[in-house]
Design a protein around this ligand. Sequence first.
Ligand code: G3P
Length: 218
Amino acid sequence: MKFFIDTANLAEIKEAHDMGILDGVTTNPSLMAKEGITGTNNILNHYVNICSIVDGPVSAEVIATDVDGIIREGEALAALHPNIVVKVPMILEGIKAIKHFSSQGIPTNCTLLFTPGQALLAAKAGATYISPFLGRLDDVSTDGLQLIEQIRTIYDNYQFETQILAASVRHPMHIIHCATIGADVMTGPLSAIKALAKHPLTDLGLQQFLADYAKGNG
Ligand code: G3P
């Protein structure tokens, strides 16, 4: 399973990259605003800066909601760097744009996806990735992981090549469950990735090993 980080924070992206396990980055307009990145030029520059840190797909989201606008914005984003993936909202105009991008060989990530039907539609349009928001479904008492399972079954039934990018991951168990189900990619905060490394028995065992070594070696 590939690990993407869901942030526009350059320091976090660099930290994840330096760990050697980062496969890509996802962003959205809220994450860009959180970093104080505003204005078209600054936003475009920020995507280029992210691409200079990570050697993998970087999702950059369009703001337009009509097909012509999505295509115009998406083509400008794709021209920024070969690793840019155009992130398109799961609306009918977005589906038309994804079909266009797919015919042009421009990679896409269909976002704000909450149902198996939406996943089917995005795959038929040729989306490279789909982003089911599992954490946000959990937030409203709906099983986000069950959605990932259903989409896995549907895509396997018909050998769709669209990759399931489990998004809105909130904690390490989400990552473990997504890997068990067979999501192709997960994206979440760096804290959830780092938490995978933690176990009290690891810490205790290491403490003991170092103490025993110190006894024998001064
Ligand atoms: O990539 C999905 C994402 O940005 C939404 O995550 O944590 O805001 O639900 P969250």
